[in-house]
Every structure is written in structure tokens, then in C-alpha cells.
Design a binder for this molecule. Sequence first.
Ligand code: SF4
Length: 402
Amino acid sequence: MDTKAFKRSLQQSNNYHRKGFGHETEVMGTMNTEYQSSLIQKIRENNYQWQEGDVTIKLAEAFGFCWGVERAVAMAYETRQHFPTEKIWITNEIIHNPSVNQRLLEMNVGFIEVVNGNKDFSIVEAGDVVILPAFGASVTEMQLLNDKGCTIVDTTCPWVSKVWNSVEKHKKKDYTSIIHGKYRHEETVATSSFAGTYLVVLNLKEAQYVCDYILNGGNKEEFLEKFKNAHSEGFDPDKDLIRLGIANQTTMLKSETEQIGKLFETTMLKKYGPTELNEHFMSFNTICDATQERQDAMLNLVEEKVDLMVVIGGFNSSNTTHLQEISIEKGIDSYHIDSDKRILPGNTIEHKPLEKDIETKGNWLPDGKIIVGVTSGASTPDKVVEAVIERIFEEKKASILV
Ligand code: SF4
């Protein structure tokens, strides 16, 4: 399919909306009440620090709701206002935050169910309104909804669309897109649907494997097995790794995306020499500003003296997990939680260690005066961060009284 032509024709349709509906002021008022926090505002104004009893909180200087998420949530609220009686669906969580998704459910916005690993769109009828989330939707989904005669409200973040434009450029010039991302993540699923030939690499280790194959050859069956589900149909490593373009899931670890880009560039340089490099390699900077700022702020926070770190965000949120990775790499005790409800009475916490299921830990707040670093992913409202900080204060006070 000519995905570019399809996107262009969709954008011209009267049933497609990618801007709000003129209710911004009202919606922003509601969102401020529901998601903003006066405590967090005070902490920001107090140089990102706050002390209460034996606990000092140090906040990262950039955290929480990013511009793209705020825009997507505002558009979803506006959609409800603009279509008060229509059935409204969303193809996925609007963002990876349970409280925001719960709020949409309360507003009678339905989520498309996943049945046997596939989304069940049979429930959607002509005339229904369907919201596409901040991390986008695959071109197949867009086409299906358009064919059904739905009204589409596209909240895809412009930073994500920028990556789609990059892979369209690769495709036009017959380059294979190497996408740094998680092949199951909705954003990467959407991005690869716009790509021609593509391969998704998760990390530097996988990128190194591919580069070794490019330089030295290898076992094709092993290659295809290793990357099964992570490449375009009919992908052949012997033919499809000759001209490469780099793209990324916007929320990956910035330093790793840069390293992977450099690794492929050096590999193609070694293989084809400097005069031929441009014929074999292209790269655009598509790491979003918000991801960069939050990771940079976390890199600063882990340099400060903290006794432990609390990282707040959905467990399936890629950008939150990367913030957690930065802390773990620095050897700091770090707890990834998705809400204040994970902080249980009796100095106990339910948290998700990297690559593991949720665990329960007792005595997580040490005795005496403590400094707790706090950050949150791009999908986390300030109200959730406030609730977590309040629970830390309460638990610490309670543990002293015991
Ligand atoms: S993290 Fe970046 S790409 Fe994702 S929604 Fe926010 S601004 Fe957009």
C-alpha cells in the first residue's frame, strides 16, 4: 500500500481530525483541576526540594506530563465534549497511565478489546468516533476505521509522526529501516507499518549482532530466528542490510539510540568506505525533546546524594522504564511504581523491578533522615506524583511511631 498517499487522502477527509475542536480553555481548566498539584508546584518553586519530618524529597528538574501527552489527553476530553451523544472508542490506552485511562472510561470512552492477541474492531460501527492515542496507530487500523465510516480523532504526537516521515523517506529511497525500539510496543508497531523493509533492534547488543552479520556474514536461519516478529515480511539479511536508515521509538534511552546510530554508521563506513557511505546509510535525529529532557534530568538527579529513588509511571511505559534503568545503573535502590496505592502500610512497597514481575518489599524506607529522589514518566500527572510523595511522608512518620 502507498501509505503516504493513504495518509494524505485521510487527512483531507471531513471525518478525520487532528486538531482540537475549539474547547481548549474549558478542557484545560478541567485537566488542571484533575491532574495538576499545588504541592508539586510548591516543590518546583522551592528549587525541586521539599522536606517534611525526616524525609527530604528531591524531584528531577524535568518529569511528568510531556507536551505530546497533555495534547492527546486534551484532545480526548474535547472529543467527548464535541460529540456528546456519539459512541466514542479509543484504539488503545491514550497514554500509559492507569488513572488517565480510568478517567476516560468514566467519561464513557470505550477501549477496543484485545481478543486472542488481536484487537476486536467488530464492536465499532459507522458513525462512531474513534480516537487514536498519542503513540499512534498502524496504517492498517486507520484504513479499517476509515473504511467503516468512522470519525477519526488522531492524537498522534507530532514527534511520532516525525519518525513515520523518516521511515517513509527510507522506503522511498529503498533503504531498510533499522528501528531502535520494542517490536511489540504500539508506537513501534505503528512506525513499522509505515516502513518498507524494516528490522527492529531492542538494544546495543542486538545492534552489534546485526553489524557483525553485515561485516562478517553469519547464519541466516539463526538471524531470522533471533529477530522473528521484529522484521518485515520476507526480510533477508543477505539482501536487506546493504542500505540502512536509522529510526527509533521516541521513548528509548537516548544514549543507546545514539550509540546504535553510530555503530551502524561505523559499520557501513568500514564495509563501503567514506565515499560510498551516503549511498548506504542515512539517519535523522528523531528522539523527542521531552524524552531527552526527562532522561537528562534523571542523569543529574542520580549524581546527587539520594538514599533511594522512586520512579512513577505505568508499568508498560517505555520512557518510565528507561528512567528506572538510569537509576539502577548508578547502583541506587530504585522503586518503579504506578500509583500511591503501591505504598502499603507497615513500610512496605509493591514495585516492579526491571524485567521482572511486581514484587513486595518490606522496610523499604530506611531508618533516620532520608533523601528520596523522585521522578515520573511522560504519561504521569502531577497529582499522581503528589499522592506518592504524601504517602512517603505518612509512612515514614508511621514507621517512627512504631
Ligand atoms: S514522550 Fe515525546 S513522543 Fe511521546 S508523547 Fe511525549 S512528546 Fe510525544
